[in-house]
Design a protein around this ligand. Structure first.
Ligand SMILES: NC(=O)c1ccc[n+]([C@@H]2O[C@H](COP(=O)([O-])OP(=O)(O)OC[C@H]3O[C@@H](n4cnc5c(N)ncnc54)[C@H](OP(=O)(O)O)[C@@H]3O)[C@@H](O)[C@H]2O)c1
Length: 328
């Protein structure tokens, strides 16, 4: 069998990095990783592992032609928060920064879609997207820009490029378990030696949890090997936050507490536009579901055509260096 080529956007990040790792292990595939900076330590480390690293910026359509040349498959992911916090983001008077960031995110993904549609060798396109909050909440929540920018680009691809869409599947990542390691509200030790977790949302709400840096690759591989037209909600396990904390307590043997923070308390730590966005975001999960429960095409991992070995939340918790995480 001749080798196929997968082009991975976001190759230096969580989702794309996982896709790179999975496809490097498959001798039938060559991997091309896209970065804006080939000289970065992450890009150099990809090169050392055998990835063909190519510089391209999704904001510059002309970069993407060479980046996609010869691709059998493309995995595309965008970075909403990177755009939002980029001092170079062009804002429009009368619009909040997060609305402008979503417009820029959608423009980047449309550039990717336009070029993917012009790539004659392409057999499968996998787009990392999220549910359309304005649509599925029936206009109730219209400020969840980090979801809707992606969903708008997805709708553009479906409408403009039926042929490309006949080769396309969607990857919707669940909430990253990594928030327990990296966010400023990660668990911490209290004076009485317990581990305190902060909960910003309704603690009864079930959430689809994903270890993005490990799980994205196997799920995307399954989407590449399955029929197109799948919109996958990708996660390890569905659990409330107190259920995750109970698993944590069992695995680590540490005593834990969950403090549910009042909205006004945590929202004050965000810029005002992001505070509105995050408040609506958590309400949307609670009322309509993280994945939009009314969205008929959404497929859950156990219904994938190609089986992905399930790894639970406990497996992920068990291999993290909690003493260091909790002390820093
Ligand atoms: N946090 C969650 O729970 C969660 C859940 C589901 C989905 N998501 C979504 O996941 C996305 C982030 O994915 P991630 O965690 O994999 O990101 P990440 O680890 O922060 O990495 C971002 C990647 O995007 C690349 N990139 C950024 N701007 C680019 C541009 N203009 N052109 C080309 N490449 C660019 C970066 O490459 P270089 O820096 O090397 O150029 C990097 O590889 C966000 O849009 C977020 O909304 C997050």
């Amino acid at each position: 069998m001749s080798e196929k080529l997968i082009v991975v956007l976001g190759a230096t990040g969580n989702q794309g990095g996982s896709v790179v790792t999975t496809f490097l292990e498959d001798a039938a595939w060559k991997v091309r990783g896209i970065t804006r900076n080939k000289a970065s330590a992450k890009a150099q480390s990809l090169e050392a592992r055998g990835v063909h690293v190519v510089e391209a910026d999704m904001s510059r359509p002309t970069d993407l032609k060479a980046a996609f040349d010869g691709a059998s498959a493309i995995f595309a992911v965008s970075d909403f928060m990177g755009i939002y916090f980029d001092p170079a983001l062009q804002t429009t008077p009368g619009k909040d920064r997060n609305e402008c960031a979503a417009e820029q995110e959608a423009r980047q993904l449309k550039n990717v879609i336009d070029q993917a549609a012009k790539t004659p060798t392409l057999e499968r396109f996998v787009l990392s997207s999220l549910s359309n909050v304005a649509k599925w909440s029936k206009g109730k929540y219209t400020h969840v820009y980090h979801f809707d920018g992606k969903a708008n680009a997805e709708a553009y691809g479906r409408d403009q490029y039926p042929e490309l869409w006949s080769k396309t599947s969607i990857f919707q990542g669940g909430l990253y378990l990594d928030i327990y390691k990296t966010q400023k509200d990660r668990p911490s030790k209290t004076a009485d030696g317990k581990v305190q977790f902060l909960c910003l949302w309704n603690s009864d709400m079930k959430i689809p949890w994903l270890a993005a840096a490990e799980d994205t690759g196997p799920f995307v591989q399954a989407l590449v090997h399955s029929d197109p037209g799948t919109s996958l909600l990708a996660y390890r396990e569905w659990a409330t936050m107190p259920e995750v904390v109970a698993i944590f307590a069992r695995i680590t043997g540490l005593q834990c507490t969950v403090k549910v923070l009042p909205t006004e308390e945590w929202a004050a730590a965000f810029p005002p536009d992001l505070a509105v966005e995050m408040v609506e975001f958590f309400k949307y999960w609670d009322e309509f579901g993280f994945e939009a429960q009314d969205d008929p095409p959404v497929v859950h991992p156990n219904k994938l055509q190609t089986v992905v070995q399930s790894r639970g939340i406990a497996e992920w918790i068990g291999k993290q260096d909690w003493p260091t995480i909790l002390e820093t």
